[in-house]
Design a protein around this ligand. Structure first.
Ligand code: IMP
Ligand code: MG
Length: 183
């Protein structure tokens, strides 16, 4: 019998689709407009936090109808587990000039908030004009966020989610929708 699971899923199964492709596209377009309306003047730098945000950033920036720069940082804390280790490592930092610019940090999902806290402290030290955050998904469990995201795609269930850039052990990022995964 051929195995019908997608290649490379390590035997994990996808549960329910939580946000489908159309729903995500619609909300991403709205976020782009909200962001453009918020930043009336000044230089805007959209800083995606890799790897999870790569699809979201690619879709989002095409919906922000005002000039802006795009860059990325890599911060990681999960390894192959389902929970944040709390030890956030910045693995790639382009050290793009941020002084005097509006910096918009873009996350795929906020769970513990450790990643966003770590990166926002780092960016703040470089004298940006403002630091705000945008996340596609917010689990609303994080306490003591350094930056409460101003732009939120969706409140998310507290399940472990995959797809649209989100992974489990590097699988499932390519899925065009967001789904839960059986833990
Ligand atoms: P936090 O530091 O706990 O807020 O988690 C932030 C990062 O962990 C996100 O950028 C994701 O890469 C990853 N993450 C958190 N929750 C999930 C999830 O449910 N599915 C996949 N990745 C997640
Ligand atoms: Mg991840």
């Amino acid at each position: 019998m051929p195995d019908s699971r997608p290649a490379g899923t390590g035997g994990r199964s996808i549960g329910a689709v939580i946000f489908d492709e159309r729903t995500i596209a619609q909300r991403v377009s709205e976020l782009g407009v909200e962001i453009a309306q918020h930043y009336r003047d000044g230089d805007l730098l959209v800083m995606g936090l890799l790897k999870g945000s790569f699809i979201f950033v690619a879709d989002l920036v095409r919906k922000i109808p005002r000039p802006h720069e795009v860059d990325f940082m890599i911060a990681a804390s999960y390894g192959t587990g389902f929970r944040s280790s709390g030890d956030v490592q910045v693995r790639y930092d382009p050290e793009t000039a941020v002084e005097g610019k509006h910096v918009l940090l873009v996350e795929d999902i906020i769970d513990s908030g450790n990643t966003l806290n770590r990166v926002s402290l780092l960016i703040r030290r470089r004298n940006p004009r403002t630091v705000e955050a945008c996340t596609l998904l917010h689990k609303r469990v994080a306490k003591d966020l350094e930056v409460e995201p101003r732009f939120v795609g969706f409140d998310a269930p507290r399940d472990f989610l995959v797809g649209y850039g989100l992974d489990h052990a590097e699988d499932f990022r390519h899925l065009p929708f967001v789904a839960s995964i059986e833990e």
